[in-house]
Design a binder for this molecule. Structure first.
Ligand code: NAP
Length: 304
């Protein structure tokens, strides 16, 4: 944990933000959020709250009683916290997980800012690059079908991608994942596949997303794709790895070797945090504040 910014003061008027998790000590969010709060000169502080699953209800009651403004939820609370919320955005409902909670006159409200985080670096590039915009018009191939993959599907719908082709190692889990998007407010065609189907799927993909932990520190030599499969990625495509350490991952190196545009998971992490802070302090963050968050995160991760 990095020290609190020197300009940050805590007094009787300081408003509380934080993150619940079990464990939560490893979270990077306090570094990122407190640097931004200090830069904005706001009277808030963001702290980690270790909350065991059995204590979630008591913690929520305590937060309401002590006037906590809002908090992030991480493992294992992203689904369980939904039971305690009075209002959940349709998007978070469809994803089945909430990572950002705030108190309003309607009670506790929750949403999932991972979607905003996921699409932010794509939208940034699309603003100035026609080639990137064209990638949104093609299928998105999604490797993996876990929690983060759900935010990717919601993000693909927001980007206007025509369909998501999900490839996973368990036919049963892939089928359940695809089924979960039927009758969903998130209207995007989702189809399920095995990794064996990738030689047909990858050449047509505009965006290929790794949502598996393959390649994450310390297993940096791993990739969801063999070198042979990676050869099927189009040079015009975007390869997006949700992993943020190392950067680049093996998967991104393989894709960049093909000439594809490589995006790592760092910006997603920064932008989901920025989107949460915007909700809590009810103001849009400037590019400078987002850069402060990015710098804090990189410092914590030991990245330059
Ligand atoms: P998760 O819920 O555990 O899902 C992991 C997925 O990867 C599952 O579909 C799993 O398959 C698949 N998988 C695991 N090992 C595999 C293997 N050896 N071969 C093939 N598939 C495998 O995890 P998650 O929360 O979605 O996170 C996934 C990754 O995204 C992690 O690296 C995490 O750090 C990253 N992430 C980044 C951000 C960000 O802000 N950048 C946010 C969230 C997550 P089964 O379903 O068959 O088990």
């Amino acid at each position: 944990m990095t020290p609190l910014p020197p300009t940050m003061t805590i007094s009787g008027t300081t408003r509380l933000l934080g993150i619940i998790g079990d464990p939560v000590g490893h979270s990077f969010s306090p570094d990122m959020q407190n640097q931004a709060i200090a830069e904005l000169g706001l009277d808030y502080v963001y702290v980690p709250f270790p909350v065991a699953p059995a204590n979630l209800g008591a913690a929520m009651a305590g937060f309401a009683a002590t006037g906590v403004v809002g908090f992030n939820a991480t493992i294992p609370h992203k689904q369980a916290v939904m039971e305690y919320l009075d209002v959940i955005t349709p998007e978070a409902q469809a994803i089945g997980a909430v990572n950002t909670v705030w108190r309003s006159d309607r009670g506790w409200e929750g949403t999932n800012t991972d979607v905003t985080g996921f699409i932010a670096p794509l939208q940034d590039r699309a603003a100035t690059d026609e080639k990137v915009r064209r990638c949104f018009e093609k299928p998105l191939v999604l490797l993996g079908n876990g929690g983060a993959a759900r935010a990717v599907v919601a993000g693909a719908a927001k980007l206007g991608c025509p369909k998501v082709q999900v490839a996973g190692r368990s036919a049963e889990k892939v089928a359940a994942f695809v089924e979960s998007w039927q009758d969903s407010p998130i209207a995007i065609q989702t189809t399920g596949h095995s990794f064996e189907a990738l030689p047909e799927l990858l050449p047509e993909a505009g965006i290929v997303v790794n949502s598996t932990p393959l390649g994450m520190n310390p297993n940096v030599e791993r990739s969801p794709l063999t070198d042979e499969l990676a050869e099927c990625i189009s040079p015009d495509a975007i390869a997006y790895d949700l992993i943020y350490t190392p950067s680049p991952t093996r998967f991104l190196e393989q894709a960049a070797g093909r000439g594809a545009l490589a995006i790592d998971g760092l910006e997603m992490l920064v932008r989901q945090g920025a989107a949460a802070l915007e909700i809590w302090v009810e103001r849009e963050l400037t590019a400078e504040t987002v850069e402060t968050m990015r710098r804090a995160l990189k410092a914590r991760l030991g990245l330059s």
